[in-house]
Write a protein that binds this ligand. Structure first.
Ligand SMILES: [Zn+2]
Length: 382
């Protein structure tokens, strides 16, 4: 009787947390967890390199829909920008489906930027994301991979990463989905406890030491996907912020000198420290409404593009380096990454009936037009 009760109780618990059959992660064992496929969560530099030999990666990311409203800024900031090794500077775009112009995704991809996943619906509910099961994650994010590849006409195997809406994780389920879908990394998990020195990317084979800012965080052993921690910035009052637009006490909107110093101060914590990747995680609208930030970003990019140990690269390239760490002098001799270019023959589609409500949508794609507006559960709009 007692045994049956225990079994039933654990089954209920496992069901409630969606963690059935998942082994709890154990403390990390450096002797067993080795690159390229396993790394303990730590601030140690991969490959035990000394900081002065490590390429400092700068990760510029933008979230949400890509359309003509924000593409103007992306083009101005990123076109014809090169790192000091003469390879194109790159950014990462965590894209949502709604209000995305897929012909512009094609353009960003062909300019060498990384296209990553940020859900189909971006539903405006923290609870929805917090409680999302593996199958919800699969239909929101796993399916979005084939959706973007189809409508933007880009190779599906160039889409590797995920950032969850509102940085709201759902315990193990999103990582189970990533492992199942063969996705490489997640960049949704902020840290304020490992800001200085910063936390380097790691895997979830073993228990993470990372602080859980927006619970629930994963607790199981889930080999495969990497965590690319969002190391927080510090605002002018000393408070942490995981995205630039979350910094409460930031420079005045038009004061570009103050914005430049603000970026530089946060950058130096990484560059003069353990050189963990420096993230500039921001939404385009925030840059647009703060013209000082806009100018400061261009100035900062210009400066680092001339430094021989700093590189603006996309998130996947950072994971690649962590898996096979080499010193800066070796890294900068490498040939630039080879891009498989694709074409876009634009189609304007619509009006397309919405899945919910009366709304009609128009969308621009590089494929044939869908017969209805694509959505969760019907990502190709069949
Ligand atoms: Zn978002």
């Amino acid at each position: 009787m007692k045994f049956a009760f225990v079994v039933l109780f654990s089954a209920v618990l496992a069901f409630a947390y969606g963690q059935a059959n998942l082994p709890a992660a154990q403390p990390c064992d450096e002797a067993l967890c080795k690159l390229p496929h396993c790394r303990c969560s730590s601030t140690n530099i991969p490959g035990a390199l000394s900081a002065s030999n490590v390429p400092q990666f700068v990760l510029l990311t933008f979230d949400d829909g890509v359309n003509i409203g924000n593409m103007v800024l992306y083009r101005q900031l990123l076109k014809n920008r090169f790192n000091s090794n003469n390879c194109p500077a790159a950014a990462t775009f965590f894209v949502t489906h709604e209000y995305t112009d897929y012909t512009m995704i094609n353009e960003l991809y062909n300019d060498g930027h990384e296209i990553a996943l940020h859900s189909i619906s971006h539903r405006n509910s923290m609870e929805y994301w917090r409680d999302a099961s593996v199958s919800t994650m699969m239909s929101e994010i796993g399916d979005q991979r084939s959706q973007i590849a189809h409508f933007a006409n880009i190779p599906v195997n160039t889409i590797h990463g995920v950032r969850l809406p509102f940085l709201q994780m759902s315990g193990n389920s999103s990582f189970q989905m990533k492992a199942g879908a063969g996705l490489t990394y997640d960049s949704s998990w902020p840290t304020i406890a490992f800001q200085d020195p910063g936390l380097w990317p790691y895997t979830l084979d073993y228990r993470s030491v990372q602080d859980c800012i927006i619970p629930p965080c994963p607790t199981a052993s889930i080999p495969g996907p990497w965590v690319l921690p969002m190391v927080a910035w510090t605002d002018l009052s000393g408070f942490p912020c995981s995205m630039v637009d979350n910094c409460y006490d930031h420079p005045h909107g038009s004061d570009d000198a103050a914005w430049y110093n603000f970026i530089l101060k946060n950058f130096e914590r990484h560059y003069l420290g353990n050189r963990s990747p420096f993230g500039i995680y921001v939404h385009e609208w925030f840059v647009r409404v703060n013209p000082g930030l806009w100018k400061a970003l261009q100035r900062f990019a210009g400066v680092i593009n001339n430094m021989n140990d700093v590189y603006m690269v996309n998130a996947k390239e950072v994971i690649d380096w962590v898996q096979n760490p080499v010193p800066n002098n070796v890294y900068r001799q490498r040939p630039c990454k080879n891009l498989l270019r694709t074409q876009c023959l634009p189609n304007i589609c619509g009006p397309l009936p919405a899945p919910e409500g009366e709304k009609n949508y128009y969308m621009q794609v590089c494929s044939r037009c869908p017969s209805r507006y694509p959505w969760v559960g019907n990502p190709l709009g069949l």
